[in-house]
Each structure stands twice: as C-alpha cells, then as structure tokens.
Design a protein around this ligand. Sequence first.
Ligand code: ITT
Length: 204
Amino acid sequence: MTPLLLATHNTHKTAEVRAILGTAFTVSDLTSWPDAPEPEETGATFSENAAIKALAASILAGPDTWVLADDSGLEVDILGGAPGVYSARYSGRHGDNAGHRTKLLAELALLNARGHDRRARFRCVLALAKAGNIVAEFEGSVEGHIAPMERGTGGFGYDPLFIPDGACASFGELPETTKNELSHRARALAAFSAWWPASSPGCP
Ligand code: ITT
C-alpha cells in the first residue's frame, strides 16, 4: 500500500477518498499534523487553490511523500458559477455549511429560479505533488440541480441540496456508496488511479 498524504483538514473529504481509493493507498490527512499551516486559498480557480494546498503540504511532509490536494466546490449556473471557489466560505464563515445552504436557497428564491434555472455542478480538482513540485492534476465533475429544500442528512457541505442527474434523491439522501461512484471526487480520483501505475512503474 502506498502512503498518500491528503492535504486537507476536511475529514469528510478524507473519508470519501479512503472509501474510493480502497486498499491501494494508505491515506492520511493534515489532522495528523497539528502544526500544519493552513495556506490562504488566494487562487481564482480550483486548479490554483489545489496547487497552493498541495505545495504547502509537500514542503511540510518532505521529499519522499506523495501529496494529493483536493479543491472542490459547487457551481450554480444562474449565479454565474457561484459559490465556486468560495464554496467553503459562501455565507462568510469558513465551514458554516448550514449557513451556506441557507444562503444558496435564499439567493435562488430571490431570483425565482425554477426547473432549468437550478442547474448546477460539483467540480473537483486534484493536484498531486512530490518534493515541492506539482507532478500532475486531475479533474472531475458531476452535473445536477439544486433541490427546492434540504433533503437528507448524509454527506457534508451542499450534499442535501444537490440532486445529481439521473437520480431522484440528493447526495444527502443517497447511500455513501452511490455518491462515491458518481461524484466529482470519484471521477477525479478515477483519473488519478488510471494515471498512477502508468506514470510510476515499479514505484514506490
Ligand atoms: P480543505 O481546504 O482543508 O481541503 P475545505 O472544505 O475548505 O477543506 P475547499 O476549499 O476545497 O475545502 O472547499 C470545498 C467546499 O465545497 C466544501 O467545504 C463544501 O462546502 C463544498 N464541497 C466540496 N465537495 C463537496 C461534496 O462532495 N459535497 C458537498 N459539498 C462539497
């Protein structure tokens, strides 16, 4: 099993990455590094923020450690792609997921958004780093729409509001295993897994 440091403090992400990658990797995260600085996510794109997080963790962890950073979020078409890179701080307080969901529903109500106007997608960009360099980047997305009200208590973040195309239930209602088959994170990790053996023959 290859050790992989996930450059996140979000333990929900870690749990999903562990479940999706299975036994090929031993996944740890920054909760095991109490002194890990939280770099400011100053990028304008998921890609830039993923690179910021991956490089900071790679420098911390040293040259032998593979580091993967996940920058992700929800894009709502009628809001011009918001909350986008601001998904984790949409209502003003980082990680106030209930506040973010309330604000999103209020914004859509103000615009009287119905049907197609509620189109949205989750996006995930993964940056892979080693020895202080970005080695590769992987992306995944899942299309869907925003429910009229919160549905279910599973998952995290915007999951109770997001209904993926082809489903009649939100990520907050669907079993974890279903989310982990079709989510933005699952698709980005599938690209990572497909790349991994090809680019690292005989490693580590
Ligand atoms: P790290 O930066 O430490 O990884 P974070 O939660 O701040 O943790 P991001 O900056 O990537 O991570 O913000 C992602 C936000 O987007 C996250 O806090 C959720 O609000 C939302 N999000 C991303 N993936 C999601 C998912 O699978 N389900 C629900 N919401 C998600």
